[in-house]
Design a protein around this ligand. Structure first.
Ligand SMILES: Cc1cc2nc3c(=O)[nH]c(=O)nc-3n(C[C@H](O)[C@H](O)[C@H](O)COP(=O)(O)O)c2cc1C
Length: 177
């Protein structure tokens, strides 16, 4: 089982990045291979670069290969202005026509200091992924509210045991045979 993780936050001390790291450690402990795709360096999506016979820019080709080689994809993202961060939507746009998400198992985790846990972005991401005919595993999706109070401020490690339990259950659902 191989999981590819994508983060919607490029921030160095990102709380979503911390959750992604924690999920990766939990999955690795269960024998799952985890890799993270760097989506921050992708060019802006342009359909002119994506048509038939077009040679995709190298970072796009690398992303597509990473998704194609994964059994499941875990997306962890903040919500910006009740929407999906542009860097993440840009990455997904590059994957719409190339088809790597077709039938790919995928989970969406959104985290926010707000109690709602990024519910708008979570719903929008699931809709986009379903439109891309990914297999969205709803039981593996989480909206993590008041995230700052559930992580160690300095190390980013999870301090709330309930959150660890939820993450483990989400990973189990995502990687279920
Ligand atoms: C431009 C911007 C817009 C934001 N909009 C929302 C929002 O709509 N809903 C929300 O819950 N948090 C919003 N936030 C707060 C983020 O959830 C918060 O900054 C969070 O820590 C970002 O995730 P990160 O720690 O992984 O970078 C926004 C933050 C920024 C910078």
């Amino acid at each position: 089982m191989r999981i590819l993780t994508l983060s919607g936050s490029l921030r160095a001390r990102s709380t979503n990045g911390a959750l992604l790291h924690a999920a990766g450690s939990l999955a690795t402990a269960e024998g799952t291979a985890v890799t993270t795709a760097d989506i921050g360096g992708l060019p802006h999506f342009n359909p002119d670069l994506d048509g038939e016979g077009a040679v995709p820019p190298a970072p796009v080709a690398a992303l597509r290969k990473s998704v194609a080689e994964a059994d499941a994809v875990l997306i962890v993202s903040p919500e910006y202005a009740h929407g999906v961060p542009g860097v993440l939507k840009n990455a997904l746009d590059w994957l719409v026509s190339s088809g790597e998400f077709i039938d790919r198992r995928v989970a969406v985790i959104t985290a926010s200091p707000n109690p709602a846990g990024g519910d708008y972005a979570n719903t929008q991401l699931r809709e986009t992924l379903r439109m891309m005919t990914g297999t969205v595993i709803d039981e593996a999706c989480l909206m993590v509210g008041t995230v700052g109070a559930r992580l160690d401020r300095d190390t980013g490690e999870i301090t709330d045991p309930d959150l660890t339990t939820q993450l483990k259950a989400a990973l189990k659902a995502l990687t279920a045979p």
